[in-house]
Design a protein around this ligand. Structure first.
Ligand code: FES
Ligand SMILES: [Fe+2]
Length: 323
């Protein structure tokens, strides 16, 4: 049995580090993830970039007072310019341009999120996170942040919890009456898990308008980003989309942000009400998990039953990101 928080290895994966809206509003954002100080900025040509935060000249943090100038970021201390790949692009008081480079990291922008690729040996990504058709669809409410949490846990425990089927009706009985894992499909860095669930919709389902029977399909793209589609059956079909993102701050802290969108199945005010209810339920549900995650250990040989869901299978799939 291995206790948690002893692992200094952050898995190789894409991770959410900001939203597109935050970056547009601020242009330069100091970040601290994977135990490192970083700076995220958006060049005037619209490219999001991430560099190590500290200027090699005399160590200033580019994220605090750095300014975007064309394709570069200007250090707040002596004004040295650094381009989007981290190369020195000019010094305001010298003709010399030293051949120095700040470490840079792969960045992508998709579904309203800015994602950074972290690799233990700085290798380039061989896969990307796909665009969601629902993201720009008029049939779905705009994707919004539910809430942000910083939890004292790590990605291994977080992922176990995500595919853990029996805890759904044990811990979250206000939402789930039953749950069953139907199928797991694995395609390289992508794992898809389909479940059938019986929701606890007592007030909503009266009259049989909404059925309590539903399904959820969760697709994991690496270990820091997954997309779930929840659907209920019945005359009125409710569909909810959630994106869960977990980004390690350091060995002991994981920053979790959940985003959601609902399919506009009802007239506008009712849709908003439904979205609010589902959002509240997401908060309640996830906050029930936090004290468990923060105090549990990570057994390497857990005593798993079939009803617990594909925890072992998911761990084997996830091991590819720890190589
Ligand atoms: S510390 Fe950045 S220009 Fe001097
Ligand atoms: Fe949970």
């Amino acid at each position: 049995m291995r206790s948690k928080n002893t692992d200094s290895f952050f898995p190789n994966s894409w991770y959410r580090v900001a939203t597109s809206a935050e970056l547009l509003a601020k242009k330069v954002i100091p970040l601290h993830y994977f135990g490192k100080d970083l700076v995220l900025f958006h060049t005037e040509t619209g490219i999001p970039c991430i560099l190590d935060a500290h200027c090699p000249h005399l160590g200033a943090h580019l994220g605090y007072g750095g300014k975007v100038k064309d394709k570069t970021i200007r250090c707040p201390y002596h004004g040295w310019l650094w381009d989007h790949q981290g190369y020195c692009a000019g010094i305001p008081y010298s003709e010399k341009v030293p051949q120095v480079k700040i470490a840079n990291y792969p960045v992508m922008e998709v579904n309203g999120l800015i994602l950074m690729y972290h690799h233990q040996r700085d290798e380039s990504p061989t896969w990307k996170i796909p665009q969601l058709a629902e993201y720009d669809s008029k049939q779905w409410t705009p994707l919004r942040l539910v809430r942000k949490w910083i939890a004292h846990t790590d990605l291994r425990n977080y992922l176990d919890n995500s595919v853990d089927v029996s805890h759904l009706y044990q811990v979250h009985s206000q939402t789930f009456k039953a749950a069953k894992s139907d199928v797991v499909e694995i395609d390289g860095p992508v794992l898809t898990h389909k479940m059938s669930q019986k929701y606890n919709l007592s007030s909503l389902s009266s009259g049989g308008l909404i059925s309590e029977d539903g399904s959820v399909t969760t697709t994991y793209y690496g270990v820091g980003y997954d997309v779930s589609f929840y659907r209920t059956k019945g005359t009125l079909e409710l569909s909810l989309l959630q994106i869960f993102t977990g980004t390690p701050i350091d060995n002991n802290r994981l920053e979790i942000q959940i985003f959601f969108s609902v399919k506009k199945a009802l007239p506008s005010p009712l849709n908003q009400l439904l979205a609010l209810m589902l959002r509240k339920d997401t908060v309640t549900t996830f906050e029930q998990d936090i004290p468990i995650l923060e105090n549990k250990i990570y057994p390497s040989h857990p005593l798993l039953l079939e009803e617990d869901g594909p925890i072992g299978q998911c761990r084997r799939w996830a091991s590819q990101f720890y190589q």
